[in-house]
Design a protein around this ligand. Structure first.
Ligand SMILES: C[S@@+](CC[C@H](N)C(=O)[O-])C[C@H]1O[C@@H](n2cnc3c(N)ncnc32)[C@H](O)[C@@H]1O
Length: 261
């Protein structure tokens, strides 16, 4: 285990800083998503890619009746997307930041949001028909403990659908907000870990190309366009690229995962 085990205050501080950064919001087309998204061949914008990601994950939930929990709901863009299928009273969102939840409430009026860690969910057993978690589960210490808790809180036959990112051991070890406790070397091990938790069915799809790699191409091109338009200085361009390039050697897989109780 690394000695920089995920500190929740650092996670909040990081995402709160991004939450109020206008440049980030502009990149996301004025929306409040914060994930790599899912780029089809013809996807043009990051916002569209994030909507595609929601479609991808929700396609695993055949029966969209009952209620749904949005785990690590960010600023509620994912939650607002759920309102295409669900009434606000049937949707619950949790996150660990008051600031992000304040924005989430504006994006998804009528939904009940709670400042609650995914690792300390206070919901009763069998409370939810389904759960969704977009690009956050790798922060939870640990992913496995969270999934055990989610399984208990799902009704029989319910599903949890999520996107996940597997890094190299070095990446998990070196990066803040991640931990080697969540290191998994390959997809076979990943699937067997999920199955051992007790889900009745598990599907794991490698979407590294549609998500991370196409996001990488899109974002780096975008940064260059911003530079050409005089909206970024050379130093700012270098900073943005440095951070993006830095993920390349660390990131092994980006996954779409569907588990049913
Ligand atoms: C990459 S963002 C994804 C946000 C949102 N799901 C989206 O796709 O737009 C990760 C989110 O996970 C949240 N998060 C991290 N650790 C958490 C925890 N233990 N419990 C609940 N939320 C957490 C962060 O506050 C942040 O909003």
């Amino acid at each position: 285990m690394n000695d920089t085990a995920v500190k929740i205050e650092q996670v909040v501080e990081h995402y709160d800083r991004l939450a109020d950064w206008s440049e980030v919001k502009e990149y996301y087309g004025g929306s409040d998503y914060l994930n790599f998204g899912y780029f089809e061949e013809d996807t043009k914008t990051q916002k569209e890619a994030c909507e595609n990601m929601m479609d991808q994950l929700l396609s695993c939930i055949a029966d969209k009746s009952g209620n749904i929990l949005d785990v690590a709901c960010g600023k509620g863009a994912t939650t607002a997307y759920l309102l295409r299928y669900y009434d606000p009273e049937s949707v619950v969102g949790i996150n660990i930041s008051d600031r992000q939840l304040e924005i989430a409430q504006q994006n998804a009026p009528g939904v009940s949001f709670h400042n609650m860690s995914a690792m300390e969910m206070s919901f009763a057993d069998e409370s939810f028909d389904n759960m969704i978690c977009v690009e956050a589960i790798f922060h939870f210490v640990t992913r496995v403990e969270f999934l055990k808790s989610a399984l208990k809180r799902l009704k029989p036959g319910g599903s949890i659908v999520f996107s996940d990112m597997l890094m190299t051991w070095e990446g998990e070890n070196r990066r803040q907000r991640r931990t080697t406790e969540n290191f998994v070397p390959d997809l076979e091990s990943y699937r067997s870990v999920l199955e051992s938790i007790g889900f009745a069915s598990v599907t794991v799809e490698d979407i590294t190309e549609q998500s991370w790699r196409r996001h990488y191409r899109h974002a780096t091109a975008y940064f260059h366009e911003q530079f050409l338009a005089g909206k970024l200085t050379r130093e700012e361009l270098s900073q943005r690229l440095h951070e993006t390039y830095g993920r390349v050697p660390d990131l092994n897989y980006y996954l779409k995962v569907c588990c049913t109780k």
